[in-house]
Ligand binder design. Structure first.
Ligand code: ZN
Length: 282
């Protein structure tokens, strides 16, 4: 009896090892110690009110209390500063090095771990943004820039540091607010920042889709998987749990749900893809 994903790899080989599309979510970074956004950060207190992370991750909240929303993000950024890419991130970077233009990585994660693992900026589409970057909240034309360095002496919970924080987060071009370069819950995907159309195009041409650690609660990932499903191309889902994407994978020829952690599952699948792709190299 073969492995759950062998059939998909064989189909991919028989079709000439065409474009591989990889979609990743929070599950791939869990083993790097980054908690999922929706669940585990608990509440965030502003004055006497408790907010859920999902209430703060909105343009409306930012417009009403920019410094508080920034405080919430900077705290997350600091807490995750020690996280490093794991074997799954590294395996995908290796696969890109092998496949080149036949590889696209679409990630919902804003932690920057794929790029730090060696995946290229050009082929890693961060459809929910990247917390290590900022842009002007007023879209004055300043563009996307790295997050300014946050000195260790700045304490986020010390109100006497508010002025310094505000200064740090001032747009160098128009002096308005910088904002985190992420897609908020009350905002829409676009091509310029989040590669919306490109992602759907990649789904329309993929020969194989590998989904890692996402259950598909958001619109674009859902459309990506459904597009590949409608084209009846193999879908492999690596996830310790089931979910909508695992169900869709089961409905296509060669599709499979590989119940494994991201590091184990991705490494095994990438090894198998690599073995086939290397064989077929001229
Ligand atoms: Zn500006």
């Amino acid at each position: 009896m073969g492995r759950a994903f062998d059939r998909a790899i064989a189909l991919w080989r028989d079709e000439g090892c065409g474009p591989v599309l990889v979609l990743t979510g929070a599950g791939i970074s869990a083993e790097s110690g980054i908690p999922t956004f929706r669940g585990s950060d608990g509440y965030w207190t502003v004055g006497s009110r408790n907010y859920r992370p999902m209430e703060l991750a909105t343009l409306a909240a930012f417009c009403a209390m920019p410094l508080e929303v920034w405080r919430f993000y900077l705290q997350r950024i600091r807490r995750h500063a020690d996280a490093v890419p794991n074997a799954a991130h590294l395996a995908l970077a290796d696969l890109e090095a092998l496949l080149g233009d036949r590889f696209t990585l679409i990630t919902q994660n804003v932690d920057g771990l794929h790029l730090r693992a060696g995946s290229s900026e050009a082929r890693t589409w961060r459809i929910h943004g990247d917390l290590r970057f900022v842009r002007c909240a007023d879209a004055c034309g300043f563009g996307v820039a790295p997050l300014p360095h946050l000195p260790g002496r700045l304490h986020l919970d010390d109100r006497s540091h508010d002025e310094a924080l505000r200064e740090l987060l001032r747009c160098p071009s128009c002096a308005g607010w910088l904002r985190p370069h992420v897609l908020w819950f009350d905002e829409c995907y676009d091509e310029e920042h989040f590669r919306f159309e490109s992602s759907l195009r990649a789904a329309r041409s993929a020969s194989l889709l590998l989904v890692v650690g996402t259950s598909g609660a958001t619109n674009l990932p859902d459309r990506i998987v459904r597009t590949v499903h409608a084209r009846q191309r193999p879908i492999l889902v690596v996830d310790p749990e089931g979910g909508a994407f695992a169900d869709l994978a089961a409905e296509v020829t060669g599709g499979a749900h590989f119940r494994a952690t991201a590091t184990r599952g991705v490494c095994e699948v990438v090894d198998a893809l690599r073995a086939v792709a290397t064989l077929r190299r001229p």
